[in-house]
Design a protein around this ligand. Structure first.
Ligand code: MRU
Length: 350
């Protein structure tokens, strides 16, 4: 497998702070922002300066280090107690992507298991955050390689939202599959759904794929079935924010519609996600908390109202695609196939 070099590093721990790409500025600016306190990190996650499940996870892990640095003058016992509380708080910055809770939990384990003094615990938390960062890129490359095996030659791949380098530390999950496939077959191309209301497809997916020279066509969300009917889409690959033990998958709002359309047109529909996105503590997608986001995201574009004032608004950030619609879940351990209850349990065994 030829390795594709993605140019993007979304988030990185630098000595005493976290550096991340500010994703609220796309596509106008590509700018890094330095996050120096735990509360700043909480807000960065909440306001989507950093977004995408794996990237949010790493941000959460960094956030715990930032809080630890702020509490460094407390006696050890008090430090541990306060820091565990702060870690739990960090995990509430967004509710759906389980990678956030997963990464914070990894940091809590470090705190609980450490035999070191306060300074030592802070150092262990830093090292753990850096380890999680590096592992994320390695995991994405494995997902990319497994996924590339099911991409037909010359395929047009539809994706929804952004599950790319900018949703992870680098390389990407769904777009990792695209990158790995493209490395061997430069005739593949991507159709990117715009992804209302936050337009991650238009603002972020088209930006990062264009930066990497991967041919990309932007379509609006309602167009996917039109192109499927015309035979112009060969497969769908999307990311995930949380996958239940039975394979039901929460991803950006609109994913479910794409999955239904893909099923109707007999087009393979894949999820690409690390095992850290699978929440084996919940049996089905009904238990996944769905974030309700600000109404402004629907009523306004670039600060301008696009609808009648006073109209009713509902703005769920995610939907759940039932496992029956999913052809396979591409993970770092290989492609999981139905029956997902069995294949997911198996993937966690070894
Ligand atoms: O609200 P966002 O932009 O954080 O939502 C992101 C998505 O839904 C992604 O598709 C998902 O997190 C997978 S990222 C590899």
């Amino acid at each position: 497998m030829t390795e594709f070099k993605s140019k993007i590093r979304t988030i990185e721990w630098i000595d005493t702070f976290s550096r991340m790409v500010d994703q609220t500025l796309f596509p106008y600016e590509f700018k890094y922002v330095d996050i120096k306190t735990g509360d700043e990190m909480f807000d960065a996650i909440k306001t989507m300066i950093v977004r995408g499940a794996p990237a949010i996870g790493i941000a959460g892990a960094h956030g715990v280090v930032l809080y630890a640095q702020e509490l460094k003058d407390l006696p050890r016992e008090e430090f541990v107690k306060k820091l565990l509380e702060k870690a739990d708080y960090m995990a509430t910055s967004r509710p759906t992507a389980v990678n956030l809770m997963w990464a914070v939990e990894k940091q809590k384990e470090v705190i609980k298991n450490s035999k070191s003094d306060v300074k030592g615990i802070i150092e262990e938390l830093k090292q753990n955050a850096i380890k999680l960062e590096n592992e994320d890129i390695e995991i994405n490359k494995k997902i990319g390689d497994f996924g590339a095996e099911v991409v037909p030659k010359g395929a047009t791949i539809l994706t929804h939202c952004n599950a790319g380098a900018l949703a992870t530390v680098g390389y990407g999950t769904a777009l990792g599959v695209v990158r790995s496939a493209f490395a061997n077959d430069p005739t593949i191309q991507v159709f990117a759904d715009e992804t209302r209301p936050r337009q991650q497809g238009a603002r972020i997916t088209t930006l990062e794929l264009t930066m990497d020279g991967i041919p990309t066509t932007l379509i609006t969300d309602g167009m996917c079935s039109y192109f499927m009917k015309k035979g112009m889409i060969d497969m769908v690959v999307v990311g995930a924010d949380r996958i239940a033990a039975n394979g039901d998958t929460a991803n950006k709002i609109g994913t479910y519609t794409v999955a239904i359309a893909a099923k109707y047109h007999n087009i393979p529909f894949y999820i690409a996600a690390p095992l850290s996105t699978i929440d084996t503590s919940i049996k089905t997608g009904d238990e996944i908390p769905i974030e309700e986001r600000s109404h402004d995201e629907v009523t306004h574009i670039n600060g301008k109202a696009i609808c009648a004032e006073g109209v009713n608004i509902i703005n769920p950030g995610f939907d759940v695609t039932p496992h029956e619609l999913i052809t396979g879940i591409i993970t770092e351990k290989g492609i999981l196939r139905p029956d997902y209850t069995k294949s997911i349990a198996e993937a966690f065994k070894n």
